[in-house]
Design a protein around this ligand. Structure first.
Ligand code: SAM
Length: 268
């Protein structure tokens, strides 16, 4: 099948379900994937279209996505890496020299996209990614292998403070923790709610819980000039700053490309 045929089949099937704009946008994404493939069978195309018609995110359908400067495997055990998180990575890289011998921990590493992107750009740095999800860690390990990057991964529930003794001290603590209050789920997309893992999205009961734990870890596990970098919920930036300030940190916040408060830098 040539690309014009594929486009026609794709758009004919998906436009009535998703609308013209979304179907065309999705085809652009699909086309990039086709360019990397030698050929696609009509069965595979049919199955992909079926999955997309069920509003399964295209990144899960293809099993991969781009983040920062690399391709990452993704599946339903990990959050689909977001452009806002690429900005977090870019900010950390802008503040650190390429030759820095940093030790980095990525709390809630998921696909490993933050940690592995940092390690790729900082060849003298070393890092560990932790997550509560074994299946996410398996994928992160696979991503490290694909990218030829050495990193440690550990299954650890960050809420369990007695487990922190297993960790060393770090120059950079980075995290994009689960930060959505389940009460805010009406603001979220249908596909996200249906397909992305709840454990990656929600912080039930206390939307600041992970920031409180991270601020506390920083007290014992941050090196002298160490920095904490977190992605945050745009609606709770003030409360998150207060979490760090009330625990003795100086903070700086940064906006994403849409002008939303998205990243916090905290230093002791
Ligand atoms: C918002 S996702 C971020 C994933 C990835 N770092 C990214 O930016 O795309 C949050 C991650 O935290 C992990 N997580 C949730 N609860 C956790 C806990 N108690 N301890 C450690 N990791 C946890 C989830 O499994 C998920 O991978």
């Amino acid at each position: 099948m040539d690309s014009a045929q594929i486009k026609r089949i794709f758009l004919d099937a998906l436009t009535p379900i998703l609308g013209m704009e979304e179907a065309q946008g999705m085809f652009k994404h699909y086309k990039l994937h086709l360019l990397a493939q030698k050929d696609i069978s009509s069965e595979q195309l049919k199955e992909d279209i079926h999955q997309l018609s069920l509003k399964r995110p295209i990144q899960y359908v293809l099993g991969k996505t781009f983040f920062y400067s690399s391709e990452f495997r993704v599946n339903e055990s990990v959050l689909i890496p977001r452009p806002e998180t690429e900005e977090l990575v870019r900010m950390i890289l802008e503040k650190n020299q390429k030759e820095s011998e940093l030790s980095i921990i990525d709390i809630g590493t998921g696909s490993g996209c933050i940690l592995l992107s940092l390690l790729k750009e900082l060849p003298k740095a070393r890092g560990i990614g932790i997550d509560i999800s074994e299946s996410a860690l398996k994928l992160a390990q696979q991503n490290a292998k694909d990218l030829g990057i050495i990193a440690d991964f550990k299954c650890l529930d960050i809420r369990e403070e007695h487990l922190w003794t297993e960790l060393e001290s770090f120059d950079v603590i980075v995290s994009n923790p689960p930060y959505i209050d389940p009460l805010e789920s009406d603001r979220m997309g249908e596909s996200t709610l249906a397909y992305e893992p709840d454990v990656a999205l929600f912080s039930p009961g206390d939307p600041e819980l992970f920031y409180k734990k991270i601020a506390k870890i920083g007290k014992t596990h941050l090196s002298k000039k160490g920095e904490i970098w977190c992605e945050m919920n745009e609606y709770r930036a003030t409360q998150i700053q207060e979490v760090f300030r009330s625990r003795g940190y100086e903070t700086e916040t940064f906006q994403d490309m849409q002008g939303k408060d998205r990243v916090i830098l905290a230093k002791l």
